[in-house]
Design a protein around this ligand. Sequence first.
Ligand code: NAG
Ligand code: NAG
Ligand code: NAG
Ligand code: NAG
Length: 226
Amino acid sequence: MQVVNLTPTAVLLLTAFVGRCQAQQSGNTSSPWFCHDLDCPSYITLDKGADYEKRQYPSANWVSVNVENYTYSAAVSKGFAPLFDYISGANKEGVKINMTAPVLVKVLPGDGPFCQNNFTVSFYVPTKQGETPVPMQQSLYLNSLPPATYYVSSFDGFADDTSVPAQAAALTAKLTANGEAFDSSAFWTAGYDAPYKLTGRHNEIWIRKADAAGGSGSTPAKSVAG
Ligand SMILES: *[C@@H]1O[C@H](CO)[C@@H](O)[C@H](O)[C@H]1NC(C)=O
Ligand SMILES: *[C@@H]1O[C@H](CO)[C@@H](O)[C@H](O)[C@H]1NC(C)=O
Ligand SMILES: *[C@@H]1O[C@H](CO)[C@@H](O)[C@H](O)[C@H]1NC(C)=O
Ligand SMILES: *[C@@H]1O[C@H](CO)[C@@H](O)[C@H](O)[C@H]1NC(C)=O
């Protein structure tokens, strides 16, 4: 095995370089590339590894619809339509809202293989509290998501009934292997591209970091031992 000897100067230079990169990453809330020219919620990158990053999101306003179905794809297309109508003017104020990113889908798995899953499909609305247009469709509701920290993994291609469960399982396995405390009751997908875009796509899986107090969170220790 080869041992690389670093001179003290080299070590100093290296750590200074790494330190500067980290300082630029954390606290940088400028829009990431995958938002392109769409408004998307700002966040702070707390940590960035090869497999996933840890992001802190402040509270933000979303408009949401709950859909029950067996499959992700069916639920997303069903939820997308009324949300698109809403931003196209189907709101009490009759205003058009520019498309934003991402389309966020909370996936709450059912209790068995033949159970329906609950999906919450949401559009980000970059408005101040109290200024969000009110939906006409009764199934839609304004949804202020509280501040939270998420573990986020990214994948390209399409988020569908094959990739989403596989990517969510992969992130769960990595978090468990790394001893991260996370809430295993649900996960989110975040999709940043229109369906007709074929290349350069960006999708994410979000899994919420467990609250320090525990709460509804489940630690990996529990799922391994239990
Ligand atoms: C964030 O990063 C971008 C691009 O790397 C840079 O132009 C911008 O100045 C940074 N903003 C802050 C607040 O550091
Ligand atoms: C699931 O979604 C599909 C496509 O929209 C729909 O045809 C089907 O009826 C839905 N299933 C249930 C149980 O709601
Ligand atoms: C919506 O998008 C258009 C075109 O990109 C832009 O000119 C306009 O300012 C945007 N409106 C809002 C409210 O952001
Ligand atoms: C899904 O939502 C329905 C209706 O709100 C509820 O009865 C059901 O228990 C939910 N299922 C899960 C897995 O949370």
